[in-house]
Design a protein around this ligand. Sequence first.
Ligand code: HDD
Length: 711
Amino acid sequence: MPSKNKDAPKHSEAAGTQTPDRANTNAKLQSLEADRSDATGQALRTNQGVRISDNQNTLKAGDRGPSLLEDFIMREKITHFDHERIPERIVHARGTGAHGYFQSYGCHAELTKAGFLQDPKKITPVFVRFSTVQGPRGSGDTVRDVRGFAVKFYTDEGNFDLVGNNMPVFFIQDAIKFPDFVHAVKPEPHNEIPTGGSAHDTFWDFVSLVPESAHMVVWAMSDRAIPRSLRMMEGFGVHTFRLVNAEGVAHFVKFHWKPSEGVHSVLWDEAQKLAGKDTDYHRRDLWEAIETGDYPEWELGVQIVPEADEHKFDFDLLDPTKIIPEELVPVTPLGKMVLNRNPDNFFSEVEQIAFCPGHIVPGIDFTNDPLLQGRLFSYTDTQISRLGGPNFHQIPINRPVAPNHNNQRDAMHQHIVHKGRAAYEPNSIDGGWPKETPPGPRDGGFETYQERVDAHKIRQRSDSFGDHFSQARLFFQSMSPTEQQHIIKAYSFELGKVEREHIRARQVNEILANIDLKLAAAVAENLGLPAPKAGTVKVKGSQLAESPALSQMNHPGKVGIKGRKIAVLIANGVDAASVDKMVKALEAQSARPMLLGPTSAPVKAADGTQLPVDASMEGMPSIMFDGIVVPAGKASTDAMAASGLAKHFLLEGYKHLKAMVLTQELLATLGLKEDKGLLTGDDQKAMDAFVKAVEGHRVWEREAAAEAVPA
Ligand code: HDD
């Protein structure tokens, strides 16, 4: 992989390097450093510290004799190995993560007393874990699924975990339904199929019986469920939270992460192919971006609603199946997050990180959202079985940078040698320490927002949670025609995999027909079902006819084609000057050009120079790139025109609406016509148009023409 940014800090230098960004995370790094192990120059020893003289042979009675039980070295090694696996997360098992930092844009004291949001000079270390929901640890990255977006802020006042998703709503309204939902979406119990996807009977059975899922399911059938990159996803806290200032005044807020690289997806056909050709597509992309210095960045913002306006909307703020449309309450930016360091060890950091929505700091508080309330219980509970007991906060990646003295003691995997004799409070033996801190505007003890509660104990859903279709309709109707078609195709694909016709019919007639009759009719036609009648639910509709903020097309990003991967296809006889010109034009835009040859062997240019390639066209197919360029050269063009591999690469790129620059000869051979993103030549004009087309992510105008191309 060519490193675009030659000065970018490399992973192995992580601990010591002092670039400005790197220095920012030092507090957390220093606290982790003591636990990092570098065996360079060290003798091989047992866990008890004994030097090992032979790591090749078990102790035996004679060189052909039986192994001896007394071989403590072999036994220790095998025993440890036998216990290397821990239970994977019950949901969100497949994930990857990175270190970085958060920096506030200014002082937000009017909104919250949380220390990390007061001072633009304050750098707060973070660790982010992205995940899919359904699949196990080894499942594919590009499956159709919701993506987890969990951020741990190591603030001076304790850890704050914002455990969100890349979609702003959820499938259910009450936590008591979570095990039902998860059992339905997970692989079916009799045969453990499918891995990583929701295209099966039990999922569609559940969601077609539970109309509160309607809104989230349209999101899951949209392009949001197949992101191009983890760097190109929005993140959402989903629930309404509270921010509380030093005077005790609270505002309702919804948290948003906005990516500087825009919100982009792959096409469904690419997603499926990638799941086979590069199972690790997303984790590789994030890793490489950070290694090459293209640090992903998001803006943290909040939608702010004064307490007095709680009942101003046509939905309930406590209902996690609802958004606050950004056109009604715009997102106020608070600060930015940059991911600038890859983990040193996947297991220790990504696998062992333990998030919990209940990890909050003074200045942040919950609401009565019944989904959120249940989550407050579930996460710690799950860590206890996953990480082997209640001391998981002592694992380096989970440890706060804030001190955390208290009288909790013992339990499995206790790493701290607590001094003193009084593990209770109040005490007079250890001088009364550790002591409570009264609440206060700064550095005070945590104080819960004093919401008044006066109610009967009941098991009942509020009527204000009863409208399941207005926002699902708003979402569908806010999509561009292209996005709507993708949604129709996704429902058709998924329901087409459902074996039971009554489930397909119920989803179409009882859910989709209430969302949008055109959507229902199109899906019904694709499934061969009778045309649906208008839905029977009286849908009151949203305050807005459309919410443009919901369409990905309206989130192009602010960094041009920075970090976009471009395939430069070459073969023997290529014009080296043309290669150089195109690569330089791409590098000037901070894109990542990669040279691909027919094989992994170097390519011999027309002037005799040897051009080493980054990969073969087979090793890195077109689905791994955002755009394709072919430099000039008569012999190389002829070779590609005669090569099934090269032609497939190019036709597949065309079909997936990628921006491309070809030679005239190849254009003719492939029988393609130039369009806004299919260009010829290698001059600056062609490259400028190419860059513009990559910025647009895909050449959407080509969609109809591309349908006819077999690839
Ligand atoms: Fe959850 C993990 C996000 C509802 C119970 N959840 C988990 C992760 C994310 C979310 C991103 C992975 C964290 C990581 O990377 O380690 N979950 C959500 C969102 C929800 C939500 C955005 C709704 C708005 N979750 C939810 C409910 C429950 C859970 C209602 C239970 C009542 N979630 C869990 C869990 C997990 C988890 C079982 C599995 C592993 C873990 O917590 O640490 O406790």
